[in-house]
Unconditional design. Structure first.
Length: 367
């Protein structure tokens, strides 16, 4: 659908490879995994430079398409207009697999509605990288952009996209600065940080020494969880000593090294909260130092490795953020907005903060 013409031409067109994921047998996350899949499809990705650089961490080869998990229903495209949607993602690491599963499932679902969904893989959670990708999407005249709200640095280009008639949706991370995005789909991030602190305090009996390993200080989602936890400890738990937060670059190998330093440098450490990726590396560091059971972990997400550490008791609690819904729902919301001419949702669409522990893990993931 072309409803707009841009009055400018960029001097150099940025190349972004559009790719689709390919399938492998991978269990669906959370309670949705109990539902029998009615439509599961394997899709082959196009190999590009980003995939080659990602190496073994790239998850596009493991994508599973399952349209039955999508909870937002598309409206009929009675006019038969062609619709183009761009979905920006960083397909490296276990967390992103469920996000991309959602995106690819929405792509499959909307193909029957004359809607093309292009997944645009980026190499990192870098604000400039997302800015440039959104700028390219404006030039390519997409109708909808679904993007990780990485930082305030993207707000000017989001506003520019809105002025060009493009509906922009954020998932997982919202910007601190107000901008013209239609809606945010993801956790109440500050509340999620508070919940992590409450869980840790309960596990420790209200006293001890706690460290926080965050992903990136530059990512607003990680910052909201971090500050939520820190504020909660300071306000409610005076007998818990909080160490200075450290960063792991949202990477498990870096987290392993950071956690090892934290553990060896603080022999009185009682627990670690991981605000983002890094929980797997942290759990491995605890096991390698023989500290499982002594040092507790509270983290986020339901990746297979996290569930394994939960079963062993190395991880003591993990909080869901509905990554499949974050990947799928903004795309379908955007499609519906183009068809109906008005947004189905605005503001914040928060996902549930379900908690999995070693005690209830089999309720969510039966062995």
């Amino acid at each position: 659908m072309k409803k707009r013409m841009l009055g400018f031409i960029l001097s150099a067109a940025m190349v972004i490879c559009l790719c689709a994921g390919c399938g492998a047998d991978k269990a669906a996350e959370g309670k949705d995994a109990k539902t029998e899949k009615t439509e599961e499809t394997k899709v082959e990705p196009k190999k590009d430079d980003a995939e080659e650089e990602a190496g073994d961490d790239n998850i596009l080869d493991d994508v599973v398409v399952d349209t039955s998990r999508i909870t937002v229903k598309p409206v009929e495209n009675t006019a038969g207009d062609e619709i183009k949607i761009a979905a920006l993602c960083v397909p490296y690491g276990p967390f992103w697999l469920e996000v991309v599963n959602g995106m690819e499932s929405a792509k499959k679902l909307l193909a029957d509605y004359n809607c093309t969904v292009d997944l645009i893989p980026l190499e990192s959670l870098d604000g400039q990288m997302f800015y440039d990708a959104i700028q390219t999407c404006i030039v390519k005249e997409y109708d909808v952009i679904s993007t990780f709200g990485v930082s305030d640095s993207i707000c000017p280009i989001v506003d520019e996209a809105t002025d060009a008639g493009i509906a922009v949706y954020f998932y997982n991370s919202d910007t601190a600065q107000e901008c013209s995005r239609v809606a945010f789909v993801g956790q109440d991030l500050y509340a999620a940080g508070q919940k992590a602190a409450d869980l840790m305090a309960d596990i420790l009996g209200g006293k001890g020494t706690v460290g926080i390993i965050t992903g990136l200080f530059s990512v607003n989602a990680h910052e909201l969880r971090r500050t939520g936890s820190e504020d909660q400890f300071k306000e409610k738990y005076p007998d818990i000593k909080l160490l200075e937060t450290v960063e792991c670059s949202d990477n498990d190998q870096v987290a392993y090294n950071v956690a090892t330093d934290l553990l060896t440098g603080n022999p009185d450490l009682s627990g670690i909260i991981c605000t983002a990726n890094g929980q797997i590396g942290t759990a491995q560091a605890i096991e390698d130092l023989g500290l499982e059971g002594k040092v507790k972990i509270v983290c986020y997400d339901y990746m297979d490795e996290v569930i394994e550490f939960l079963r062993k008791g190395t991880i003591n609690a993990t909080i869901s953020q509905g990554p499949f819904d974050q990947g799928a729902n903004p795309i379908v919301y955007g499609y519906n907005q183009v068809i109906t001419g008005k947004p189905e949702v605005t503001g914040n669409v928060f996902t549930a903060l379900d908690v999995i522990t070693p005690e209830n893990v089999n309720e969510y993931f039966p062995e």
